[in-house]
Design a protein. Structure first.
Lengths: 308, 314, 325
């Protein structure tokens, strides 16, 4: 419990940091007006730019701007989208469900494939299945996810025409993006499961269990698996970040209407407030997920709870 | 009570027996054994071969590339591989939308990838190493602050962060290297810090203190040499991820400028012509995948060689 | 024995903070060493014994100021170490060294033997050039019984006993006056222990060293020490000359410890009565009021449990902390 409170406290500091960074995005080139106006600033006169500055409140001291930024943010006001004439916050939250859908599909896919495959490989090391799985895994970790996506589109979308190449709406739309997104996690988790289990299987307590006469299946699934879970859970925890980040490119390639694609297109159209809102949202979601995972982790591993 | 008489028979015996192998806790220096071990692993050797090829391409692009990658010839746009033009020049991998030689662009692209991959790692590594050392060794407020900064930075998915920053700053090779370097240091910092914490209280560190060595000396001459292994392993994997990051960002238009031949820009060029000129997409993708694969395999081998216990961390 | 006092320890206390709570505040302290006073005269070997966790290792390290004492003073050659500037303290370390317990962890795995031994010489600039350093290292290696061919090897290539010799060589490189042997033989095989303790003895005689010999093996301590002190939960219970302590122990705890030493004479061993201690070690975070040993002492009275006994001289040069003496 104390650990949970401490972690929560840390998360608040992190949230504060996130807000500072997001706020700082506006000042990256030194002049917020320049950042927002982009190229059109070249066509404006100095007085027009100054007018714009005052209108947007960029002439106020930075701490006042920060204060108003946070104040508005807490109410859900992240400014308005220049392109869509909607609050930026709404633009992002509209797309959030799609991103979560994709990320969850990829997550489930990765768990369903990687863990059983890892366990089977560990149980029959160096046999055919293990070798094939390991080679595929190494490839899976090396092929850039977005290129895999492109290849899938090429094969299944363009040439074979089995699956739609962009958009969302049906389960067929979900297939390729999830596979592209899940490839790396599947590969990494499978190898991690395998190596972690092989490690544990060497340990003395497993030998004891076998010597006691416990059936091999039970030894593997009850004793070994449970004890190898720790590094796997850690990796899965880190996966959240990967999935959220990877969604940016995957959504862009597949035209999947999620937050990632929205941010990329907003970058393209210089729709600053949408970008800012999107980045903040993703960062906060990611921190929240990490917080939950850490707390769950502390339940699983008593050493963290009782240690310091 | 009886008198205890403990007087061993031997006096000081000069040690004449030879050294015997004993288990060591921290990594052992084994540079002399590196090459023989390397040659025993076929996979590692092949990977090294590929990487050397890529490096040669990167360094010797000007001499190896058959054609100038930036020459635009609109008369031979989107020609497939092995196309020979009227002047008798054969384009091994065809041409792109502006008639440029894809093969030559690919070779020059190796240069971009290597430069980005290695430079960004140098920056991340240097910063991460320094901060991790100081944070782990001195602890206290410095450590707390560092951990919070790490947490904050890690809460932004790297690609997203790099994407946003590059979008605002505009594309450019040096900016890209800086951004990738500065978003990547956190990983090094964390691992270095945990390694320092692990050996900070080992007796040889205390012994150095007892000898009268100054803090800084202890830090750099006792602790640092013992934490190289994970840093090197992470560095190798980060080179790979930086190459992929460059490709992704260039693909989205915010990496290197579109005119610069890089594997990412070739992919980006190929995007509009999927189904029509697939060789653009496929060739660049294979180049990236093969390079990353080789780096990963070699990195795995290196990790197992230096310290197999890292398997569960890296 | 020459009479001048090399090390003077006065009411030494070392407390480690315990953190807890949500904000990691300090909520208590582990009182590892809680008021220890003794002197060490030149050329003597003071043994310090006690069970694990009694604070003897912490005391040894605090005396060398490797841990910062929470209270009390340590004077070396008459100079209060706590009041020295960091730079002076660093220079003084030349004269006071330590041999560590774990031969596997106390040597930097990335340094060669010659480097490990030569380093103290470099730190204190005792050699003018590389040649001189090499000669000095050679000299020490010979004294300690290490073959010169070992110079360029790494620690992991050696056995425990050899590594301990390297550690001894390192400690003696700067010709210190005072050496703390912190469980220097405890981690070695028994046969090697004999070799090393003989080595330590010989070096002491040849080089005129003063030792603080910390250990938990009572027979070894008796063999090498001139005086022996017994610690329990951070405090000294008894301090006397080696023979006096082993033959005429006054403190109940000492008596119990000594009764646990096996006698290499089976019929005799079978016949004798051992003193068994019941109960657990009291916590060093909340040590009991009164005598620390009272919770396990079969002779304890209410007075013992209420009032902490003073560490006083019960007979000539024989100090005890017990109400019943």
């Amino acid at each position: 419990m104390r650990y949970a409170i401490r972690r929560l406290f840390q998360s608040l500091i992190v949230a504060f940091g996130v807000s500072v960074v997001a706020f700082g995005m506006l000042f990256m080139t030194g002049d917020p007006a320049e950042v927002i106006l982009g190229e059109s600033a070249d066509r404006m006169s100095v007085s027009q730019i100054q007018e714009f500055r005052v209108k947007m409140g960029f002439d106020r001291p930075w701490y006042v701007q920060y204060g108003s930024f946070v104040g508005k943010a807490l109410q859900g006001d992240f400014g308005n989208s220049f392109v869509r004439h909607q609050p930026a916050f709404e633009v992002i939250t509209d797309k959030l469900p799609a991103t979560i859908q994709l990320a969850s599909a990829a997550f489930v896919l990765s768990l369903l494939i990687s863990i059983p495959l890892g366990v089977l490989s560990a149980m029959n090391p160096h046999k055919l299945l293990d070798r094939i799985a390991t080679v595929l895994a190494i490839f899976g970790q090396s092929i850039p996810g977005f290129w895999l996506g492109i290849l899938l589109i090429l094969l299944f979308g363009v040439h074979l025409k089995w699956l739609p190449i962009s958009g969302s709406g049906t389960w067929q739309h979900l297939v390729m993006p999830s596979i592209a997104l899940a490839a790396f996690p599947i590969a990494r988790n499978m190898r991690l499961t395998r190596s972690s289990m092989l490690d544990v299987m060497q340990r003395d307590f497993v030998r004891t269990a076998r010597a006691k006469g416990i059936s091999e299946t039970r030894v593997v699934y009850v004793h070994v698996l449970r004890n190898s879970l720790l590094p796997i859970v850690t990796a899965i925890g880190l996966e959240a970040g990967f999935l959220l980040g990877g969604s940016v490119i995957t959504e862009t390639i597949f035209g999947w209407p999620g937050v990632g694609r929205e941010i990329v297109s907003a970058i393209g159209s210089k729709d600053f407030y949408v970008v800012q809102a999107g980045v903040i949202m993703l960062a906060l979601i990611f921190s929240a997920v990490n917080l939950l995972i850490d707390i769950a982790y502390s339940w699983i591993d008593p050493r963290i709870r009782y240690g310091s | 009570m009886t008198q205890l008489d403990y007087s061993p028979a031997e006096k000081v015996v000069p040690v004449t027996e030879g050294p015997t192998a004993a288990p060591s806790q921290v990594g052992r220096p084994q540079v002399s054994q590196l090459l023989p071990r390397l040659f025993r692993s076929k996979a590692a050797l092949m990977s090294l071969f590929v990487i050397v090829l890529v490096l040669i391409a990167a360094l010797g692009a000007t001499w190896i590339a058959p054609n100038d990658p930036s020459v635009i010839k609109l008369t031979q746009r989107l020609k497939p591989p092995f196309y020979t033009n009227s002047a008798g020049v054969t384009y091994l991998l065809g041409t792109d939308a502006l008639g440029r030689d894809v093969f030559s662009r690919l070779i020059y692209g190796a240069r971009v990838s290597m430069v980005v991959g290695l430079s960004a790692v140098l920056i991340s590594g240097a910063v991460g190493l320094l901060v991790g050392l100081l944070s782990g060794y001195f602890g206290g407020l410095v450590d707390e602050v560092f951990m919070r900064i790490c947490d904050i930075q890690l809460s932004f998915p790297t690609i997203l962060l790099a994407l946003t920053i590059m979008a605002v700053l505009g594309s450019g090779l040096d900016k890209l290297i800086l951004v990738l370097g500065l978003t990547g240091w956190v990983l090094y910092g964390r691992i270095v810090r945990s390694q320092v914490l692990a050996i900070k209280n080992d007796e040889f560190v205390l012994a150095a203190h007892a000898t009268g060595e100054r803090q800084w000396r202890i830090l750099f001459q006792h602790i640092l040499p013992n934490i190289w292994s994970p840093v090197i392993v992470i560095a190798s994997f980060t080179v790979a991820s930086n190459i992929v990051a460059e490709a992704s960002l260039s693909y989205l238009g915010v990496g290197v400028p579109p005119s610069v031949p890089s594997w990412g820009t070739i992919l980006s060029d190929g995007r509009q012509y999927i189904g029509v000129a697939d060789w653009l997409t496929i060739s660049a993708g294979i180049a990236i995948s093969l390079t990353v694969l080789s780096i990963n395999v070699l990195g795995d081998w290196l990790r197992d060689y230096l310290d197999p216990r890292l398997k569960n961390i890296v | 024995m020459s009479g001048d006092i090399l090390v003077r320890v006065n009411d030494l206390k070392v407390h480690f903070p315990v953190r807890g709570g949500v904000l990691n505040r300090v909520v208590g302290a582990v009182k590892a060493v809680d008021g220890v006073t003794f002197d060490i005269t030149r050329r003597e070997t003071l043994g310090l014994v006690g069970e694990s966790g009694c604070g003897k290792t912490t005391a040894g390290r605090a005396i060398l100021h490797l841990y910062q004492p929470t209270a009390g003073q340590v004077a070396f050659h008459g100079v209060d170490l706590g009041k020295e500037s960091p730079e002076n303290l660093r220079r003084t370390r030349r004269h006071m060294q330590m041999i560590f317990q774990d031969p596997y962890a106390s040597l930097n795995p990335h340094m060669r033997v010659a480097e490990i031994i030569g380093r103290p010489l470099r730190v204190h600039r005792l050699a003018q050039n590389a040649g001189e350093e090499k000669d000095l290292v050679t000299e020490i290696m010979q004294k300690v019984g290490l073959d010169l061919s070992f110079r360029d090897r790494y620690p992991h290539e050696f056995s425990g006993g050899q590594r301990q010799r390297i550690g001894i060589a390192r400690a003696l490189a700067t010709s210190p006056d005072f050496v703390v042997c912190d469980e220097a033989i405890s981690a070695l095989d028994v046969s090697i222990q004999a070799q090393i303790i003989n080595l330590l003895e010989q070096l002491r005689d040849d080089l005129g060293l003063t030792y603080l010999f910390i250990a938990h093996d009572l027979s070894m301590v008796r063999y090498i020490s001139t005086r022996v002190g017994v610690m329990y939960v951070g405090k000294l219970m008894e301090l006397a000359s080696s023979d006096e302590l082993y033959e005429k122990p006054l403190h109940p705890y000492t008596k119990a410890l000594l009764s646990a030493i096996p006698i290499p004479d089976p019929p005799l061993e079978r016949k004798r009565q051992r003193i068994l201690l019941e109960g657990d070690l009291p916590s060093s975070i909340n040590p009991p009021v009164g005598c620390r040993f009272s919770s396990r002492c079969s002779l304890a009275t209410d007075h013992c449990r209420a009032v902490e006994p003073e560490f006083r001289e019960a007979s000539t040069n024989h100090w005890v902390a017990c109400h019943l003496v």
